[in-house]
Design a protein around this ligand. Sequence first.
Ligand SMILES: Nc1ncnc2c1ncn2[C@@H]1O[C@H](COP(=O)(O)OP(=O)(O)OP(=O)(O)O)[C@@H](O)[C@H]1O
Ligand SMILES: [Mg+2]
Length: 264
Amino acid sequence: MNPILTRLGLADHDPQLLHDRRGTTLYRAGDTAVKITSGLMAGREGEILRVLGAEPYRDHGWDGERSWLALRWIDGISLWDALDPAHQDVTPATRHRILTKVGAAVRALADLHAVGWTHGDLQPDHIIFEGDTTHLIDLACAQGPADVPFYVHRGGLAHTTAPEIATAILTSDDHVATTPQADIWSLGASLWWSWTRTTPIAYTDPAARRPQLLADVAAARRADLTSTRPWPFPQLEELIMACLAADPGSRPTAKELASRFPRA
Ligand SMILES: Nc1ncnc2c1ncn2[C@@H]1O[C@H](COP(=O)(O)OP(=O)(O)OP(=O)(O)O)[C@@H](O)[C@H]1O
Ligand SMILES: [Mg+2]
């Protein structure tokens, strides 16, 4: 039994190991999710969630070289899964349901940006819909106006990274500052990927290592949406393309996008 789970009194709650990769271990024990990372990232995420007053936050702490974060288990579906019905049919009802979800995701990002924070690693699995609530999860890389532990940010998942962030990563070894505009690209990339099931960048070699993938991102080698989508979905695609403007200043803000979606 992991000693952190024992300390949290979760050993008797049938803890299930959900994943153990890249220095992160994630357990579910009853209605609690516990994330344990080597280094400070889980603890950093806990500090951020506490500052933000995020409801799923329960507790976090430090344990030698590791840190941990306890959250309420979110019983919802990811953006990726939420777009599934859009692949089944083209009925107005399905499209309305999908656009309602997209609107909820956009509002969640607008709320985060409104309090001065950027997510820094938005991807299809980091947006979770639970009833009427939309959660942006995995805020470990978030940047904002609070004194949380510093780490040198070198970008998130390549597939959803904005070109200007990819350029910053490739041209210097310094800490990379995230921006709301880069989050908007990541949102557009997450929507493109969830909609077409292929990434928005046409990689020179999809099996290449991260620097080569980032070089293609930096060059904004955009794939062809019309040949990868199941069928046209104009309202969704117009929003995606606006988010994927090469010039960060030309991308809509999350607040502007939110105003296009009246609350359901
Ligand atoms: N509180 C929660 N409730 C439900 N599911 C969760 C919760 N926290 C995390 N998950 C699930 O675990 C996955 C991994 O969590 P998270 O993204 O925070 O960790 P990670 O180490 O960054 O993983 P990855 O490397 O896959 O991004 C999420 O995509 C989500 O499916
Ligand atoms: Mg994650």
